[in-house]
Design a protein around this ligand. Structure first.
Ligand SMILES: Cc1cc2nc3c(=O)[nH]c(=O)nc-3n(C[C@H](O)[C@H](O)[C@H](O)COP(=O)(O)OP(=O)(O)OC[C@H]3O[C@@H](n4cnc5c(N)ncnc54)[C@H](O)[C@@H]3O)c2cc1C
Length: 201
């Protein structure tokens, strides 16, 4: 399988990125783009959370519910995005325009990668280890990590999104980071014109 963008990680940042990329499906510059998201959700920070302080999320909603409803939201509205379930990324090879992403079960070709897998110090994706550094915003005692980046760009063709990009850990910040990366990718596809996807009621 070959993608224009493959998002790694189906948490707050990864799913937000996928939703905004998916919502561009009516724009000519995005119409034929192939997008996938590796929906590994076993190690999500959302798994144990209770969310009372996020605008638009009903108080009392659990992170487990957000993980489930996010997948359904994405497949109901933007079914053209491939959701790859129960696979964990272990290695990345190649250069911008021609990466191979290896999981524990398969391998995928992609032109662009978005890494949104959270700041755990158990991070171990071969091909990205050279970019790992201590997290700039979280307490040092937690020993969290981030990927070196400038405005979410790790290196040509690889973006990082969410708390792994160095942001402090709140749902809306992670989601906003994934959204920013999506609009940056859309702007690139749209010949560098700043691009937002808005709909009217
Ligand atoms: C207990 C708890 C309570 C919280 N409560 C709140 C709260 O009340 N309000 C608030 O705003 N925030 C809260 N947060 C913070 C919020 O959940 C995080 O900031 C947010 O989920 C981070 O989003 P993310 O996308 O960066 O990472 P995550 O949501 O953790 O997503 C990362 C995803 O990457 C996947 N992944 C990991 N490794 C791989 C791999 N090798 N290959 C493929 N996929 C992989 C994981 O399975 C996961 O699905 C809480 C966090 C915790 C832990």
């Amino acid at each position: 399988m070959s993608y224009d963008v493959l998002i790694i990680g189906g948490g707050a940042a990864g799913m937000s990125c996928a939703l905004v990329l998916g919502s561009a499906n009516k724009a000519p510059f995005a119409a034929n783009k192939k997008i996938g998201i590796i929906m590994h959700q076993k190690a999500s920070a959302l798994s144990n959370g209770l969310f009372n302080n996020v605008l638009g999320i009903h108080p009392g909603t659990t992170g487990k519910e957000i993980l489930e409803s996010g997948k359904k939201h994405l497949s109901d509205l933007y079914a053209h995005i491939d959701q790859i379930e129960k696979e964990k990324v272990v290695k990345i090879e190649g250069v911008s325009g021609g990466f191979t992403v290896f999981t524990n079960k398969n391998q995928y070709k992609t032109k662009t990668i978005v890494v949104a897998i959270g700041p755990s110090n158990l991070f171990s994706i071969d091909g990205l280890m050279e970019f790992v550094e201590p997290h700039r915003s979280l307490p040092p005692a937690k020993e969290r990590i981030q990927l070196k980046n400038k405005d979410h760009i790790v290196t040509k063709g690889i973006y990082v999104a969410g708390i792994l990009a160095g942001w402090i850990s709140q749902f809306a910040i992670a989601a906003g980071s994934g959204t920013q990366v999506a609009t940056d990718i859309l702007s690139k596809w749209n010949n560098g014109n700043p691009t937002m996807i808005h709909e009217v009621s």
